[in-house]
Structures are given as C-alpha cells and as structure tokens.
Design a protein around this ligand. Structure first.
Ligand code: KG4
Ligand code: ZN
Length: 347
C-alpha cells in the first residue's frame, strides 16, 4: 500500500508545506516571515496575515517540487497545537478546506510530537524506545518515545525555553531578534571558560533558564565584575556598552556553554535512569553548533547512538508534520473536520 501525505505547518512565523510519499519527504517548502524583525519578536496578528499571504504559493511550490498532484494524496496533515492561535487557525482552516474539497481524511498533528519524529525522516533512524531532547523557541522537553504515536514527556522547562534563554540573553547584549544564531556565531571565537554563570538546581529531569537570564543581567549591569545581585550596580550605560563590545565572543561562548551544560546534564541523567541509549536532538536550538558538538562528544563518551535531523527539519517545517501524518495514517489516527486548533501544549 502506498501512502501520500500533504502537510501544512503554521504554528508560529514560518509558513510551510510538504509532500511525503511512503515515509520519504519529496518536498519541504518554508516561507520565513521577515515582517517581525523590526519589532524584536513575533507579532501574532502580523504572523496570521503573513500566513494567509504565503500559504497558497507555498503549497503550490511544494507540489511542484515533488511533482505531485493534489488529488493523489491520501490525507492532509496539519499542526493543530501548540502555537500562536491565529497562526494555527490559518493553517488549520486551510487544511480542512483541502480535506473537504478533495474528500480526503484529515490528520491533526501535535507540533512537539512532530519535532521529535523529524528524527525518522532520514537514515539512519533511532530504534524504539529512544529519548529526544526537543529544544525550540517555545519548548524544552525530554521525551521518551516508545513508538511514533506513543510518547511521554519525562522532563521539561519550568519557565523559559532554551531558545528563549538564547534570545533573551542576546537581547541583553543588544543583539537583534532572534539572537540565538548570533550567540552561536560570536561564540565560535570566544573562550567559554572566561565567565561563570550558575547552573540551577532543579528537581528531577526538569529545566529552568530564568535564573541564568537574571544572572546575565546583573553581570552586565556590573560590567562583568560580578553576576551576583548588588543593590547598586556599578557600571554606567557607557561602561556596559564598552564591556560588551570588548568581550562579546567570550560572553557569548560562556552563555552558550552554560545553556548547553544545563541541557546535556539532564539528558545524561535521563539516559542513565531509563537505560535508553538511542538519543536524539530536535527543534530549532539543535542547530546550535556548541550543542551539537557537546552532544556528539557526550554520545561518544556514554556509547549512545546519537541522531540530529538535517537542518531544514530542525527549525519549524512541514516535513516533520508530514512524517508524523504518515505514521498517524498507518496507526489509523484521523481527525474529523470539527477538530479545533489549540494554543496550548497538552498532548
Ligand atoms: O523550533 P524553532 O524554529 O521554533 C519554535 O518552535 O520555537 O526554534 C526557534 C529557536 C529560536 O529561539 C532561535 O533563536 C533558536 O531556535 N535557534 C538557535 C540557533 N538557531 C536557532 N539558538 C541557538 N543557536 C542557534 N544556532
Ligand atoms: Zn517548533
């Protein structure tokens, strides 16, 4: 039996469409929205409008690249949750209209499940059960994956996500949004041991990043002399600016190293506790070169089989929605047209 899925992703500020035939991604087209740059973050209403403009051309491009006709699909998959509600609604209604007009079944996909299953797109693939550290702008989770349709969150952030930690740190340094990739860039030439930021003590397999952000704030307000809270911050705005300018690579490398150790120390405990050694990364932050390198080194040390999706499947994309749709199709997990979109993350 051959199974073809058309997928739509629109949870945040990327409009994407993909075609998947028998578990192989034939096309994965992503339109980024540049309209948010000048606001320093995603503006939900502008994101919804941009999705409306992009969604038809993006689907057409995906069909063309895959040399695939709409009528030949077996199901339409779309991101149901979590995300920005206006953005989700545009993709959701578009997917439902397609399903209705083509008389094909609809498959609602959880965005975080799809990030995990991006690891099943290319070979080699992890064996079940595997663990996945999903790190994005909105989420930070350790997921125990028993099958493509059975997974459990065994650890997650209690405040900021890892991507937010990167972006908020970058903002404190005066870097534009999204600052994660810029921290990565400057960190390449910096000394990660130059400045020390604290590692939070959080119970179980959960994470916290808000303390790190505060520590960086105090560190900058004291122009690097201390990252402890002091009633009177010693540095003037000009001293702060000069300090950042003179030390940017070392500051970025030190922040990046701390975020990476917070993530990987918990992942190591998760592997030891579960005995699982097939371990994956997923989400936009898995593009971070420091995280990738440290993850590979940890995998070698602890004899893990390690997996990281290709870059185009790490950030938000419809390819991961399509592969999830494919496995849900095989499991018979369909949704009806009354399925609503949801901003919230419950599985
Ligand atoms: O998965 P994603 O594309 O969107 C969400 O679902 O949130 O992740 C976006 C996040 C942003 O916070 C961005 O700064 C971060 O991933 N990011 C990075 C890098 N590339 C993207 N963070 C650090 N280093 C990078 N190279
Ligand atoms: Zn995402």
């Amino acid at each position: 039996m051959s199974v073809s899925i058309i997928a739509i992703e629109s949870s945040c500020d990327e409009t994407s469409a993909a075609v998947c035939v028998d578990g192989k991604i034939r096309s994965n087209i992503i339109a980024n929205q540049t309209v948010h740059e000048k606001y320093g973050g995603v503006v939900p209403e502008l994101a919804s409008r941009a999705h409306m403009q992009h969604i038809i051309p993006v689907l057409e491009a995906a069909l063309k690249e895959a040399a695939f006709e709409l009528k030949d699909c077996d199901a339409i998959a779309f991101t149901r949750s979590p995300g920005l509600i206006g953005s989700l609604l545009v993709g959701g209604h578009f997917a439902k209209s397609l399903a209705l007009s083509l008389n094909k079944p609809l498959i609602a996909v959880h965005h975080m499940q799809a990030h995990v299953l991006a690891n099943l797109i290319d070979d080699p693939k992890p064996s079940f059960p595997f663990l996945c550290l999903t790190v994005s702008g909105g989420h930070t989770q350790i997921v125990l994956c028993e099958s493509p349709v059975k997974m459990k969150v065994i650890g997650e952030t209690i405040d900021d996500a890892a991507g937010e930690a990167f972006d908020k740190s970058a903002k404190l340094l005066g870097l534009p949004y999204p600052g994660g990739p810029l921290i990565d860039k400057y960190a390449q030439t910096g000394n990660p041991d130059r400045f020390k930021f604290p590692e939070p003590r959080i119970q179980d397999l959960n994470f916290s990043f808000s303390g790190l952000k505060t520590s960086i704030l105090y560190f900058l307000q004291n122009a690097g002399k201390s990252n402890l809270y002091k009633e009177e911050f010693s540095a003037t705005e000009e001293e702060k600016r000069q300090f950042i300018q003179n030390n940017l690579p070392d500051i970025c490398a030190s922040i990046q190293q701390r975020i990476v150790t917070i993530l990987l120390n918990k992942l190591k405990v998760a592997s030891l506790e579960t005995g699982i050694t097939d371990i994956c990364l997923a989400g936009g932050v898995s593009a971070n070169s420091g995280l990738r390198k440290a993850f590979r080194e940890m995998a070698e040390k602890y004899h893990w089989n390690s997996f990281i999706p290709a870059f185009q499947y790490c950030t938000d994309n419809a390819g991961m929605i399509a592969i999830t749709g494919y496995y849900k199709y095989l499991a018979g997990e369909f949704s009806d047209l009354s399925t609503g979109s949801s901003a919230r993350a419950e599985w």
